[in-house]
Design a protein around this ligand. Sequence first.
Ligand code: PEP
Ligand code: MN
Length: 355
Amino acid sequence: MNENINSFLSKRPLLISGPCSAETKEQVLETARRLATIGKVDMLRAGIWKPRTKPGMFEGVGTEGLKWLQEAKAETGLPLTVEVATGRHVQEALEHGIDVLWIGARTTVNPFSVQEVADALRGVNIPVLVKNPINPDLELWSGAIERLQKAGQQNIGMIHRGFSSYGNTDYRNAPMWHLPIEMKRRFPGMLLICDPSHICGNRAMLQEVAQVSIDLDFGGLMLESHIDPDNAWSDAKQQVTPERLNEIFESLTWRKENTSAAGFVNALSSLREQINQVDDELLTLIGRRMKLADKIGEYKRDNNITILQTNRWNEILDRAFVKGAQLGLSKEFIVRYFDAVHMESINHQNKVMND
Ligand code: PEP
Ligand code: MN
């Protein structure tokens, strides 16, 4: 097996690019050449087997495409990564000298498939990147990583590609940044990269989303690129040319997680101390709020009144929107915060009424 196995994932930032799908030999080779010319890309990606929502859509060129990738690597020196979803995909990818595998969002949701891939990899040492599942379920994402670890894989990384939701949003897949942040906490030191292409679903927001991920200390990016994006056979709207990709890379500000500069460290620790104090005060106040809720619960119990009164709940939210806007707090935050506080109040009152 490859002796450089660790080096594939150790570069920071790690930049992976290439087409959503391998389409033709010329397209793969031309994309690889132009990406290699940029000189910043560490790995070439291409979908060989494409999990498409509807039958009849382009479902990938299959094994033949692996040969084109091998040629691209021979010519440019770029290591290769492809998506695998079955034991057969793993076998074929290994036979064709693919350097890194990734598990797609539609596979991470399915424990049978993940287990099949993990089993096919037993005894093989190859880095595997695990995309988040399409639904916002961290246990599935963690579970997929644990299945690979249990099968003996040591070189595992994570790709954040956003989460599917119903209805129109600005994103194709909502980033829900708190979820990858939680995964970083669960798997300290494990590589986590961002895939702005599948989060955005369009070209306009790629740079902005990539920058957010960098500011959150992600270890790199996977971005789709195509020599003729508008005519791509899959994900046409979100792909960019290798040259545009270079412009996006150039415009990003890479930051480091830490510095030992004394002025910065002192300023930061003073501000963090203040934040700790404010957090303590907030918790004390919330505790007081719950004591008041308990009292209301007693009155409601004694007068046989329901806990939830919709008018009152609307009144609380309306007040908070106005106050929140004055303080620069988003409506989204107000709703989330009051949902949590209100739920805790209801639980308190439930206890009072039913204990
Ligand atoms: C892809 O990377 O082209 C892909 C299919 O992504 P995802 O699994 O994130 O949908
Ligand atoms: Mn894609």
